[in-house]
Design a protein around this ligand. Sequence first.
Ligand SMILES: [Cu+2]
Length: 135
Amino acid sequence: MTTQASAPARAVRRLALPLVPLALAATLALAGCGGDEGGGNGGAGAAPVTGVTQVAAKDNRFTPPAIQVPAGTTVTWAFEDGFVPHDVAGDGWDSGEPRRSGTFTHTFDRPGAYPYHCTVHDGMTGRVVVTGDRG
Ligand SMILES: [Cu+2]
């Protein structure tokens, strides 16, 4: 009687084992798909995007890297890179200490080109082009 009861249990255990490596492989395959570092030369030299007043500091870059706004526009930078701190440093204006979350805003009253960069990461640059026509 007792041997008969334990037999099915042993069979289940033997079936379950091969599933573990399969699940692991599936997890690894999914993780491998994420890191697509597409080239693209963003940075401050990119053509400015219009109609956008929010810039994300994420993945060690500013997105979009260059925006064009009318004078008087308040631009918001959002720090969204998890444990990686960033800042926004222009000529005479900056966001202060590098930070990992939250936002920084700056109002651009005068037309002109305002390049900025992150003091933590070389090559992490951006640009705000302010046009004369007020929105
Ligand atoms: Cu940075």
